[in-house]
Design a protein around this ligand. Structure first.
Ligand code: RIB
Length: 293
């Protein structure tokens, strides 16, 4: 069974569904309010666990009701939460989401996520050092991500970085990451405005570039590949990228080829958007296998 450790954010998503986007300065009516577990880190952990991996989450929550909801979701999905620290006097992270016109917009208040520290990484090191893959995103401090990347590189542990929300990362750190999963816009920021072909060509076997409806591109042995996605009617795209990342990590850790791992992740992501909530539509292994048939 693939061992995955996710180091990242735990949020509660506060989602409003609307028929259309509100313009700046305008008040409109929404249709429904949903409060559900999210956070790029916790989402990736749940996605990987539903697909059969042995998953440990490392992160921080506040000592509030939202934190308890996050923990409940992790436990219900068989994610080991021994290293999810409840911080006294802190608020849990929240994401304020609008879903409208087949898309979403998200504002994140990091709160306790901003307190995921190198000390917590040291505390969880036994689990981290035994992982087949460690997953990182950009919703905890950059210094902690840097600490993880350096420490894992020195110990020969594979790291996958999903650079969202985008922020620059020093080139010497990117070199130490095994897999990097930006979209085209994030890739241009990480690689100083280089174009897609250059980024893929110079980072073969590392950069997995998501291209929305155009599928996913990567390069291997001098050739660029494009893995098509699955066309579905979305209900809520929140968490689709997280499902993709969690699923790719599981498939790759289980020994699937790059192409097959991306195809597996595309199928998982397509299934995930058909229900409301980041974790609501995340599929189980049999559902992905059925779709791939
Ligand atoms: O990627 C989706 C996630 O981003 C949401 O669950 C929200 O919590 C934000 O972190």
């Amino acid at each position: 069974m693939a061992k995955i450790v996710v180091i990242g954010s735990c949020n509660i998503d506060i989602t409003v569904e609307c028929d259309r986007w509100a313009k700046p300065g305008e008040t409109i009516f929404g249709n429904r309010l949903t409060v559900s577990p999210g956070g790029k880190g916790a989402n990736q952990a749940v996605a990987a666990a539903r697909l059969g991996a042995d998953v440990t989450m490392v992160g921080c929550i506040g000592d509030d009701v939202y934190g308890q909801l996050v923990l409940k979701a992790l436990k219900e999905n068989n994610v080991n939460s021994d290293y999810v620290k409840v911080l006294p006097g802190e608020n849990s992270g929240t994401a304020h989401i609008t879903v409208a016109e087949d898309d979403n917009s998200i504002i994140v208040i990091k709160a306790a996520n901003d307190l995921v520290s190198p000390a917590l990484i040291d505390e969880a090191w036994e689990a981290i050092s035994q992982a087949d893959m460690v997953l990182l995103q950009h919703e905890i401090p950059a210094a902690t991500n840097a600490y993880v990347i350096e420490k894992c590189f020195a110990a020969g542990v594979k790291v996958m970085l999903n650079p969202a929300p985008v922020a620059p990362v020093p080139a010497e750190l990117l070199e130490k990451v095994t897999y990097l999963t930006p979209n085209e816009h994030e890739a241009a920021i990480l690689f100083d405005g280089q174009g897609k072909a250059d980024i893929l060509g110079r980072n073969q076997g590392k950069v997995i570039m998501t291209l929305g409806s155009k599928g996913v591109a990567y390069a291997e042995k001098g050739q660029v590949y494009n893995v098509p996605g699955f066309k579905v009617q979305p209900v809520d795209t929140t968490g689709a990228g997280d499902t993709f990342n969690g699923a790719f990590a599981v498939a790759r850790a289980n020994g699937k080829s790059m192409y097959d791992s991306i195809s597996f992740a595309n199928a998982a992501a397509a299934l995930s958007v058909q229900k409301l909530g980041a974790q609501g539509g995340m599929p189980y292994l049999n559902e992905v296998e059925e779709m791939l048939k």
